[in-house]
Design a protein around this ligand. Structure first.
Ligand SMILES: Nc1ncnc2c1ncn2[C@@H]1O[C@H](COP(=O)(O)OP(=O)(O)O)[C@@H](O)[C@H]1O
Ligand SMILES: [Mg+2]
Length: 296
């Protein structure tokens, strides 16, 4: 019998939805790449992850795909994935991976394990004094402050010594402070994509002039690249440190170059990353074969 795969999505990404976001073309490209790669060997249906449970339990596998709104419903999302797993649906990546990956505290764990990392200060709710202290701590004139739990550069700040936060500024949530790495603007951010632990392809994402956020929503652009063997090895090093018995089906390792010249981890995207299918002709096939291997 033909195996069935649920490509989990949300109202912000589903075709025809009134709430569809302008960058939801990523949904179409990623889905098309998988369908082309499968070439009819399994059926893929895009469906809201919040659909009634019994509409989802009939699938053999659920891909987290474009469930972009999960950050608004973190507890429900995890509960849903666990319910699917309990019903015998193979969830990729599994709930265990999602739980680990949804709080950027994992970066501290990977740094301790030896991954090339960006120096980071962790705070429950930083204020102006913490930012001023961070300038001195890092001997940096500019820092970024990011939410521990978050995505898409939402709720993120960048401060300079000449433009520090206001007296009464507070982040309002658990956060991480890092020195601002100029390579983000001069070179860009690397994304290394891995399928079943094997390097698939890479691209570099650059910000619009004047911005430092590389996300397409802010005018960022991406270009396919062939990274140096050394840069690929940095990404592989991160993959080797992931604390899971089984390799994740997919992973996007986002990296930036440190002043020392080596790539350091910005984040390991293991939940619902865009995998840049259009930047590599072999990607859809590679993902499809990995999916079919898992479906047995
Ligand atoms: N230390 C840093 N120096 C310079 N830019 C950064 C730094 N950290 C993050 N950024 C910029 O902010 C963006 C979002 O940060 P990131 O850590 O990837 O969080 P998110 O989960 O929101 O994607 C990055 O893509 C990059 O453009
Ligand atoms: Mg990011």
């Amino acid at each position: 019998m033909t195996k069935r795969i649920a490509f989990l999505a949300c109202p912000e990404t589903l075709p025809g939805s009134p709430q569809r976001r302008p960058d939801a073309f990523e949904h179409d490209l990623q889905l098309a790449a998988l369908r082309d790669g499968l070439a009819g060997r399994a059926e893929v249906v895009d469906i809201d992850w919040q659909a009634p449970l019994d509409e989802l339990t009939g699938f053999d596998m659920a891909l987290l795909a474009t469930a972009w709104n999960y950050t608004d419903y973190p507890a429900q999302f995890l509960a849903r994935l666990e319910a699917l797993e309990a019903a015998g649906v193979q969830v990729c990546n599994p709930s265990e991976v999602v739980r680990w990956n949804s709080d950027k505290g994992y970066l501290e764990q990977l740094a301790k394990a030896g991954a090339a990392s960006i120096p980071t200060l962790w705070h429950d709710n930083p204020g102006r004094a913490d930012i001023l202290a961070a300038f001195d701590h890092f001997a940096a004139d500019r820092v970024v402050v990011k939410r521990r739990v978050g995505a898409g550069a939402v709720g993120q700040f960048s401060f300079t010594r000449s433009e520090p936060p206001a007296e009464d500024w507070r982040m309002g949530c658990a956060a991480m402070i890092q020195p601002f790495l100029p390579a983000i603007q001069s070179e860009g951010e690397y994304s290394l994509i891995f399928i079943d632990d094997a390097f698939s392809h890479a691209l570099i994402k650059t910000a619009r002039a004047g911005d430092y956020r590389i996300q397409s929503l802010y005018g960022g652009q991406e270009t396919a690249i062939t990274p140096s063997a050394e840069d690929i090895a940095r990404g592989e090093g991160v993959m080797a440190m992931l604390p899971f018995a089984e390799a994740p089906l997919y992973a996007r390792i986002d990296m930036v170059r440190l002043p020392s010249g080596e790539l350091a981890l910005i984040e390991a995207e293991l939940i619902e990353p865009y995998l840049y299918p259009a930047q590599d002709a072999g990607f859809g096939q590679r993902l499809a074969e990995a999916v079919l291997r898992r479906l047995g």
